[in-house]
Design a protein around this ligand. Structure first.
Ligand code: PHE
Ligand code: CA
Ligand code: ZN
Ligand code: ZN
Ligand code: ZN
Length: 289
């Protein structure tokens, strides 16, 4: 698998922090810091050769958007998706939640474009808007697709908070339609000697809209407001009795609110899954309708 650059990922996070700082301190739905975040990612993905689409939709906080990027190769009838939400809460810059997942998916996508790999399946990446208002962007996206288009999606992998300052290494375990992607994630951690735990995040992030349609989903998470237990601190280090992210949804979720070891592991997991799924040959049978 590829070694995705944590330095480059951190550079994207620095850009998201600067965008927030220049726009009232946040990247919230309907605010200029969100629009500027979309422009930053779109510019990088366009330059790398992705086909990008900005999908606008309205919310109680104003107009906002999803950014969809597709790699123009591979079988369009077998779509593999990954993504995460790009919006922050209004309190702060949202660098761990979810600059971390956004920057990691962006950097893995840029590395893939530069790698010269040839995709067999169709790689599509979603940066969702208005997650913090109730998973609105990912729901809007799924509702925008015909059943024929939804049925082409083989898997959706979600990355929401991967650089928590007092990190844990959690793998989603809430998939009703197959666990191949989940097992690939736990095998990655096991192969690196990193202890991991399952977590049931059923309704709490953007994989939910895919999951409710019956698409296989998986994801990783380094923890939010929950306190790290003493047994978790023994296996992962960090501070027992302290939240995985004490700055969750707060103004201190800024560029200093990132554990670089967790971020590096997170981006390498994203790279592993992106390379693996882009290379999958699902065959040419017509997808079920
Ligand atoms: N989706 C939550 C938020 O953005 C965070 C979260 C991610 C919670 C993954 C559980 C699992 O605030
Ligand atoms: Ca790395
Ligand atoms: Zn959040
Ligand atoms: Zn989040
Ligand atoms: Zn593997």
């Amino acid at each position: 698998s590829p070694d995705i650059s944590v330095t480059n990922t951190q550079a994207h996070l620095n850009q998201l922090q600067s965008i927030a700082t220049a726009n009232g301190g946040n990247r919230y739905t309907g605010r200029p810091g969100y629009a500027a975040s979309i422009s930053y990612l779109k510019g990088k993905l366009d330059a790398a050769g992705y086909t990008t689409t900005v999908q606008n939709f309205s919310t109680s906080a104003g107009m906002t958007s999803n950014l969809i990027a597709e790699w123009p190769a591979g079988d369009a009838n077998n779509v593999v998706m990954l993504g995460g939400h790009l919006d922050s809460v209004s309190n702060g810059a949202g660098i761990n939640d979810n600059g971390s997942g956004s920057a990691g998916v962006l950097e893995a996508a840029l590395a893939y474009a530069a790698s010269g790999q040839s995709a067999k399946s169709r790689l599509r990446i979603g940066f969702w808007g208005a997650e913090e208002l109730g998973l609105l962007g990912s729901k809007f996206y799924m509702n925008s697709l015909s059943s024929t288009e939804k049925n082409k999606i083989r898997v959706y992998l979600n990355f929401d908070m991967i650089g928590s300052p007092n990190p844990g290494y959690f793998v989603y375990n809430d998939n009703p339609v197959g666990n191949a992607a989940r097992d690939e994630l736990t095998s990655w951690y096991a192969s690196k000697g990193i202890p991991w735990e399952y977590i049931d995040v059923q309704g709490r992030s953007d994989h939910a809209a895919f999951r409710s349609y019956g698409i296989a989903t998986a994801g990783i998470f380094s923890g939010a407001e929950t306190l790290k237990s003493s047994s978790q601190a023994s296996k992962w280090g960090g501070t027992a009795g302290r939240a995985f992210d004490p700055c969750y949804h707060s103004s201190c979720d800024n560029i200093n609110n990132i554990n670089l070891t967790a971020l590096d592991r997170g981006v390498d997991v994203i790279g592993h899954m992106l390379w693996l799924y882009a290379a999958k040959d699902y065959g040419t049978t017509t997808p079920p309708t």
